[in-house]
Design a protein around this ligand. Structure first.
Ligand SMILES: [Zn+2]
Length: 375
């Protein structure tokens, strides 16, 4: 417990204070030096359902005695993998949510497993996002809970995971494109109600989903409402080759997004890149999913270097989805002539653009209190 407190304190101090403890200096050196494969990573754009691997899902199936259609009671993680891989596209995320959804204990386990997943990748600060509407029910289990209970269950799982794995973690609620504007307002108001800087707490609102068929216009009032009410706001925008720089422009200038998920279409407009930089907008680049969108998206990330503020993120890292890691993403951008210093700079930019723990002193206190109270 004592060593955890020390580790939590030391690991955050590089950004905040100067200290002289040799032990802490060793940790700081590990971050700044990127010696060997060791790196401290900051990840702001990662989806809860897209981070669940089949082993975690199998554990949850066992815990809740869930039967899978066509399989029955799964006997192994391979059975779960077979079930989820039977779905394609967006439906695969639905399959995961059917396993997790509508049950407080299952959601807590999933959130805790997420933190373990991030810890294995060397991520030390992270914000995870999900749709609370989708997570609050499961037709497969014939169960539902309130969206508020789902969010509280995620917070508890994240808090427990943060203590166990020494990762600082917060959550962002996703309003979904394709849902009604009124539903977007409902999710924004839930985020406002449960907004908290406690470990695992809600620190922002995202707009996610199918950007091609459901563009920004219908959701501008909702996202403006969220921002004016005091929420941090990020918007998935400019991700697909069907999108335009103007989509990113409206996310930032009409919706008042603090950060943009992906934002690759912004690279089509050099003047917009200048405006994003001047406004201090952070782009959440996701190299592995950009790779799947095609060379244009990777070229966009390359153009972000030295032009805009951006970070590196895995998006949907579990093998069931993207099969990537933070390390693999770094390898992709190294192929774009990013140096280790460039990668380090991207993580530092992400830390500065975080929604959680503006007050790092209370972050450290929260970690320490969690350690002493619950471990
Ligand atoms: Zn995303």
């Amino acid at each position: 417990m004592t060593s955890f407190r020390g580790a939590a304190l030391c690991s955050w101090i590089p950004w905040i204070l100067s200290i002289t403890s040799p032990w802490c200096i060793q940790l700081i050196h590990g971050f700044h030096g990127f010696h060997g494969s060791f790196a401290r990573r900051v990840e702001l754009h990662v989806h809860l359902d897209g981070s669940m691997d089949s082993t975690d899902l199998f554990d949850i199936c066992k815990n809740r005695g869930l039967e899978l259609p066509g399989i029955g009671v799964p006997q192994s993680s391979s059975d779960v993998k077979h079930f989820v891989e039977g779905f394609s596209g967006w439906h695969r995320f639905d399959a995961v949510n059917e396993i997790l959804g509508g049950d407080v204990k299952s959601i807590q386990l999933a959130a805790e497993a997420f933190v373990g997943f991030q810890a294995k990748s060397g991520v030390q600060y992270t914000e995870v996002r999900y749709d609370p509407v989708r997570l609050s029910h499961s037709k497969l289990a014939n169960m539902s809970i309130s969206e508020e209970d789902a969010v509280r269950a995620v917070q508890e799982g994240l808090r427990v995971g943060s203590v166990r794995h020494q990762v600082a973690v917060y959550q962002i609620l996703c309003a979904m494109r394709g849902s009604s504007p009124q539903q977007c307002f409902n999710t924004a108001n839930l985020a406002l109600k449960l907004s908290s800087q406690d470990m695992g707490g809600v620190v922002g609102l995202d707009l996610a989903g199918d950007e091609t068929d459901f563009p920004n216009a219908a959701y501008i009032d909702c996202m403006r409402h969220a921002k004016h009410a005091g929420l941090n706001v990020t918007v998935h925008s400019g991700e697909f080759n069907t999108t335009q720089a103007d989509d990113v422009r409206s996310a930032v200038f009409s919706m008042h997004a603090d950060r943009v998920g992906h934002g690759y279409a912004a690279a089509q407009d050099p003047q917009l890149l200048i405006e994003l930089r001047q406004r201090g907008v952070h782009l959440e680049a996701c190299p592995n999913s950009a790779l799947r969108h095609g060379p244009w998206a990777l070229k966009a990330i390359k153009s972000f270097k030295n032009q805009v503020l951006f970070g590196l993120n895995t998006d949907d890292p579990a093998p069931l989805f993207g099969n990537t890691t933070a390390e693999a993403d770094e390898a992709i951008v190294e192929g774009l002539n990013f140096s280790r210093e460039d990668i380090h700079g991207a993580y530092e930019a992400a830390f500065r653009a975080r929604f959680g723990a503006r007050d790092v002193t209370s972050l450290m206190t929260s970690l320490a209190e969690g350690a002493s109270l619950h471990v």
